[in-house]
Design a protein around this ligand. Structure first.
Ligand SMILES: Cc1cc2nc3c(=O)[nH]c(=O)nc-3n(C[C@H](O)[C@H](O)[C@H](O)COP(=O)(O)OP(=O)(O)OC[C@H]3O[C@@H](n4cnc5c(N)ncnc54)[C@H](O)[C@@H]3O)c2cc1C
Length: 665
């Protein structure tokens, strides 16, 4: 199939404006006759639902949690990017665009990214108007901090709870529309299939997770905003419920997947502590603004620390290797996530990891505490402050900036990060891959859209920090509400879509049969048994380090595991009650299919890109040696995407890779 990205012609900076000026619109009276289903009410789906309803469409919104407020978006800590240039440090739409494309190893669709950078500033205005309590500086203006891979401060934040505050904003906007009757909210409902009628998405089959009832819902268009699928690795920083089911079901009905194997491995997570762990915890990237990353220089010190004979604070500056500052002086500790993750892994693989498993590096705030303490002493006019006073003043500033993150770390690890460096290690965090969408955010099923982390379009092989919230809200507040009108303009006379059709019947039957299978199978192994096994294969063979032989093994192992799952899985309870294991069985069944596609995609990508190393393409000290020619969509299935070529010439500075000439045509 030939994929048509539908990227408008013309200079990149004018594309979106020109396009918006010419696409079809639906007049307000006609919008009242059009229904839109939105699956997912995180930041992407919540903002889309509220905006579509505000425009006049009838929205049916679905979430498997008991409230939109519990979407995984709530976990976002660090912040949201916008090219406002409030700091006067040289930021601009172009720079945000450029950083995003470059940060993604030149594997994103530039036209989408330029539009994202353009609307980023509107997002902040929108959220401030909703009352989102962004941090403010002394003068009362909105404050910014820096995230990895950029040389400006453009990240807006609300302490370490940015996602939560933004979600409350979107949720309030949704609630207004729920009260007006323009959004019908289906909490605790899981979409289990999409219904395609005459080649168009016309509805979904959903299961009421409380009663077990299977329901048919129709609409003129379906929007998938179901988030990322990092939990295919079992252990990740994602919420426990995050899954691929909605994206996978539409994939099976004709929506293509793009870049499934591009996963972001976040460098600052609390290291794994043992085999019985079900979740990993992120320490926000914002900590790299002030924290310095290091491992001991000498192996004797590494061993002494592991054996408890030495503490990290016993090591002098000269005995520490601040390896990011050493290797990447321009960006220092704020290199992009993929670079920081690979560098941490490289040090740990070389034996310098500082905890019992050998999988941890230090994130140290001692210098920041002293720097802030001295600054505060000057501000407060304290002459010759004692060390204790400097520490006290400095810790107060660090607490004001990152207090809740430090508290979280202490609760999990039982060590005080104000006194001793944190230990961190890379972990699965975000999936850049996802459902393929065109410029309108429409999938390859007409009338079916994908937004937020569920789609693939904006982040290439590596997403820069604080750009997911930006993309989710850009899609939901400012892009989809325009582009969907262009499609729905043809539907103003269609009338209500009936659910009493063979297509709904067939989809419902398939869903019911699968549920009956799970309940009646009475096999020998739990759902988690399979999920854990899948996660181990994924991490060991499709994780940061990949090689041809390992990927081939992974494909076979996943396929065998899937067969075993469909023979021997055991799901307790019944289908007519709230049954978390039953819901999870369906999700793991889908992960077992996605995992294989993922490994096949990784296999054909003979490249090191983003957080992934093809071992054939790395140097001895763990750097990417070469990046093969651009392969846009998973070459396993589809090839050949028309591209804009705005960044013809580029040198990737992060890894000193010689990639001088690059054409996307
Ligand atoms: C710990 C952590 C911290 C992060 N911090 C930041 C940050 O500081 N800045 C940043 O930019 N990004 C951050 N990210 C990434 C960012 O939080 C996510 O990418 C983003 O919130 C995803 O939003 P979303 O709306 O696409 O999906 P989600 O918030 O995951 O929402 C998914 C929605 O889909 C629903 N759903 C899913 N499947 C179904 C189904 N089958 N049926 C019905 N409903 C379904 C869920 O109920 C939910 O409502 C962080 C991620 C993590 C894990």
């Amino acid at each position: 199939m030939a994929l048509d990205s539908k990227v408008p012609q013309g200079p990149i900076k004018d594309k979106w404006t020109d396009y918006k000026n010419h696409i079809d619109l639906v007049n307000p009276a006609n919008k009242r006759h059009i229904d839109v289903i939105v699956v997912g009410t995180g930041l992407a789906g919540g903002s889309a639902s509220a905006t579509l309803a505000e425009l006049g469409y009838n929205v049916k919104a679905f979430a498997y949690q008991d409230s939109p407020r519990r979407a995984h978006s709530i976990a976002a800590q660090g912040g949201i990017n916008a090219a406002k240039n409030y700091q006067g440090d040289g930021d601009s739409t172009y720079r945000l665009f450029y950083d995003t494309v470059k940060g993604g190893d030149y594997r994103s669709r530039e036209a989408n990214v330029y539009r994202l950078a353009e609307v980023s500033a509107n997002i902040i205005d929108q959220c401030v108007a909703q009352g989102v309590p962004f941090a403010r500086d002394y003068g009362g203006l909105l404050d910014n901090r820096s995230f990895g891979g950029v040389l400006v401060s453009r990240t807006f934040y609300a302490k370490g709870q940015t996602g939560q505050q933004l979600l409350l904003g979107a949720y309030s906007a949704m609630n207004r529309q729920i009260a007006r009757g323009k959004i019908e909210m289906f909490n605790r409902h899981e979409m289990l299939d999409v219904v395609v009628v005459d080649g168009k998405a016309r509805g979904i089959i959903a299961r009421n997770l409380v009663t077990g009832e299977i329901e048919r819902h129709s609409a003129h268009a379906v929007v998938i905003a179901s988030g990322g699928y990092g939990n295919v690795y079992f252990l990740s920083t994602n919420a426990m419920g995050s899954n691929v089911t909605a994206g996978w079901k539409i994939h099976k009905k004709g929506a293509h997947f793009a870049n499934p194997c591009y996963t972001q491995i976040h460098p600052t997570c609390i290291p794994r502590s043992g085999d019985y762990q079900s979740k990993l915890t992120l320490m926000s990237e914002s900590l790299r603004n002030d924290g310095r990353i290091w491992v001991p220089k000498n192996m004797e010190d590494v061993l002494a620390i592991r054996e408890g004979k030495k503490k990290p604070t016993d090591l002098s500056e000269a005995e520490r290797d601040y390896y990011l500052e050493r290797r990447y002086p321009a960006f220092g500790n704020l290199v992009p996530r993929d670079v920081a993750s690979r560098a941490a892994k490289e040090r740990c693989d070389a034996g310098y990891g500082v905890n019992a498993t050998g999988e941890a590096v230090y994130l140290d705030f001692a210098s920041a505490i002293i720097r802030y303490g001295n600054e505060q002493a000057k501000i407060k006019n304290i002459k010759n402050p004692s060390d204790t006073k400097v520490q006290e003043l400095g810790k107060a500033i660090v607490k004001a900036k990152y207090g809740n993150l430090f508290q979280m770390y202490e609760k999990i690890v039982d060590e005080n990060p104000y006194e001793t460096p944190m230990m961190i290690y890379p972990a699965v965090h975000y999936t850049m891959g996802g459902v393929w969408v065109d410029y309108n955010l429409m999938t390859t099923i007409p009338g079916c859209y994908a937004i937020g982390e569920a789609n693939f379009s904006d982040h290439g092989a590596n997403r820069l920090g604080a750009s997911a919230l930006m993309q989710g809200l850009a899609d939901g507040y400012f892009v989809l509400p325009y582009t969907i009108g262009d499609y729905l303009a043809d539907d103003i006379r269609t009338g209500k879509i009936s659910t009493d059709t063979p297509e709904f019947e067939a989809a419902e039957k398939e869903v019911s049969e699968r549920i009956e299978f799970f309940i009646n199978n009475k096999g020998t192994h739990s759902v988690d048994y399979y999920h854990k096994k899948l996660g181990k294969i994924m991490w060991d063979k499709c994780g940061m380090s990949r090689n041809e032989a390992g990927l081939k093994e992974a494909i076979e192992e996943i396929s065998a595991l899937r067969k075993d799952f469909w023979k021997n899985v055991n799901v307790p309870g019944t289908a007519t009650e709230y049954n978390e294991q039953l819901a999870k069985a369906g999700r793991v069944g889908d992960f077992l299919e996605l995992g294989e596609l993922f490994a096949k995609d990784a296999l054909v990508r003979e490249e090191s890109a983003g957080g992934h190393f093809r071992e054939e393409y790395q140097t001895e000290d763990g750097e990417a040696k070469r990046i093969k020619e651009f392969q846009f969509v998973s070459a396993w299935e589809y090839k050949g995407e028309p591209k804009d070529a705005v960044l013809h010439k580029e040198e990737l500075v992060y890894d000193n890779i010689e990639v001088k000439e690059r054409s996307y045509k």
